[in-house]
Design a protein around this ligand. Structure first.
Ligand code: DC
Length: 225
């Protein structure tokens, strides 16, 4: 039985399609921790902007309305949920429309500031695996375990296209790489490997093997505590 220190935060950052969600959920359920998908929050904000008719490429227009949607995440790793103003948007936030708009919306500082508050509130006293792009660097810089996941673009596109029920792999690859470019290049909280993060290239590993590696990192922290 692995021991987890109280107040534990496991930060899982990385590129789109590197396996962050499956890994984070697997680690959380194995260790009895909660799970927070911060990407889903940015997607929910984007879904709301599109529905409200806001031009997602107009940063000032997005900033002006960033305080309006009420975004609530359920943190059960076996059944995570995301709601906007009481509406379940778990499926709607995975649409092509949201995929194409989420990176520009996420680059707006007011959006990040707003969601940072919601994320810190959800993290609360810890006992949680948190996945995103800036968790180890900005949201939870004191996290006891920080992981940075990457994988070859071809492997990422293949996995993501399979998840999306056989979507076109070339188009999926372009969409992933485009999001990486914007996420890495933005001025506020860009995608970076945080200080103290362990880099795992997941290309050659199965999901179970990656989960094993992260669980081993958490267990090592528990043993040192
Ligand atoms: O993890 P994902 O693919 O669902 O994330 C969707 C987008 O949300 C991603 O392209 C960038 C943004 N994001 C972010 O800027 N910061 C986070 N902590 C999580 C996601």
């Amino acid at each position: 039985m692995s021991s987890t220190p109280s107040g534990l935060v496991v930060a899982v950052d990385g590129t789109s399609g590197s396996g962050k969600s499956s890994t984070s959920r697997g680690v959380a359920s194995r260790l009895g921790l909660r799970y927070l998908d911060t990407g889903a929050m940015f997607r929910a904000m984007t879904w709301w902007m599109l529905r409200a008719g806001v031009d997602v490429h107009d940063a000032a227009a997005v900033a002006a309305r960033a305080a309006e949607p009420r975004i609530v995440s359920g943190t059960d790793p076996l059944a995570p949920t995301i709601a906007v103003d009481g509406t379940d948007v778990s499926v709607a936030i995975r649409s092509d429309e949201v995929n194409a708009a989420v990176s520009p919306v996420s680059a707006v500082p007011e959006v990040r500031r707003r969601l940072l508050e919601v994320q810190r509130e959800a993290i609360g006293a810890g006992g949680i695996v948190v996945e995103g792009r800036d968790i180890g660097s900005v949201v939870a810089p004191d996290a006891q375990v920080k992981v940075f996941l990457t994988a070859d673009p071809a492997a990422r596109a293949q996995r993501r296209a399979a998840e999306e029920g056989g979507a076109d792999e070339d188009a999926t690859r372009e969409s992933l790489l485009n999001r990486d470019r914007i996420d890495t290049g933005r001025a506020t909280a860009p995608l970076v490997q945080a200080d103290g993060a362990v880099h795992l290239d997941t290309t050659a590993y199965t999901l179970e093997q990656v989960i094993d590696q992260v669980v081993a990192l958490v267990t090592a922290v528990g043993e040192r505590a």
